[in-house]
Design a protein around this ligand. Structure first.
Ligand SMILES: C[S@@+](CC[C@H](N)C(=O)[O-])C[C@H]1O[C@@H](n2cnc3c(N)ncnc32)[C@H](O)[C@@H]1O
Length: 256
């Protein structure tokens, strides 16, 4: 059994630097969200598990808002309040299992790299259904254990892939939970984004260990992985951009 990751312990110290989005990534995700949500404005949006507010102001710019960023980690939330403020964004303490909003508040719910951290997934899905307006949409950016993409960093840290296969739910599991709560799958998108201009820049970013899976690896295997990565950087003779593919599952609440 893997330990639960508490972002108040370690990840909050590295997350903003290690996971900062480029302007190009921000624009990409804004476009993807608008494609699936419909870009009608204004939309009330819930960024569930908003962390440091990496995506929350982007949602406000894309959909107008109000946008609520709900986040259980106090330290992640404090950073969002300090560095990711926006006139139409409000950050709130809460969790997917206990969303501090009235019924039928939101037209759109985003969970970006959050669902796998949720302990009581059934309670979370019930809460999401409660706060969604009829016809509202849910966007879940996650890996799924039964369709894991080939991630570059897993090649250097081979046990990370096996750990993530345990940590991430399967697509069937997530779909079943939402369907049992009366919601339906609308589609699944595979999105390709550029993470870094070359392997050296990618390695420098990865060194911050702003991926919670690192907390499940031993220090020895982590050092071993970074040594292998450094060798690959030294051997890179034609540097090129590092890309990553990821899944976005789109679900909908029934119309009124
Ligand atoms: C990988 S971070 C993603 C943060 C943000 N969505 C982003 O993409 O930058 C995962 C976040 O989920 C939060 N989290 C963990 N358990 C949660 C829960 N039960 N409900 C809501 N958020 C949760 C963590 O505190 C953390 O901020």
């Amino acid at each position: 059994m893997l330990k639960r990751i508490d972002y108040d312990v370690q990840q909050h110290t590295v997350y903003s630097a290690g996971r900062a989005l480029t302007a190009e990534q921000a624009q990409l995700w804004s476009g993807v969200f608008a494609t699936w949500a419909g870009a009608q404005k204004p939309l009330t949006v819930l960024d569930l598990g908003s962390g440091t507010g990496r995506l929350t102001p982007i949602l406000a710019d894309t959909f107008g808002g109000p946008v609520y960023g709900v986040e259980p980690s106090e330290r992640m939330r404090q950073q969002a309040e300090r560095a990711a403020g926006h006139p139409n964004v409000q950050y709130l303490a809460g969790s997917a299992e206990a969303i501090p909003l009235p019924d039928r508040t939101c037209r759109l719910v985003l969970m970006f790299l959050v669902f796998h951290h949720v302990t009581d997934r059934r309670a979370a899905v019930t809460e999401i259904r409660r706060v969604l307006q009829p016809g509202g949409r849910i966007l879940i950016r996650s890996a799924f254990s039964d369709r894991m993409p080939d991630l570059l960093w897993h090649r250097f840290f081979p046990r990370a892939r096996r750990i993530e296969q345990q940590v991430f739910p399967s697509l069937a599991e997530v779909t079943r939970l939402f369907e049992e709560a009366g919601m339906a799958v609308i589609g699944i998108d595979r999105v390709r984004e550029t993470l870094a201009p070359d392997l050296a820049a990618y390695a420098q970013r990865l060194r911050l260990r702003a991926i919670s899976t690192f907390e499940h690896l031993t220090e020895e295997e982590t050092q071993h992985g970074f040594a292998a990565l450094d060798q690959a950087v030294a051997a890179e003779d034609t540097p090129g951009p590092i890309t990553m593919d990821s899944d976005l599952l789109v679900l909908g609440a029934p119309p009124a």
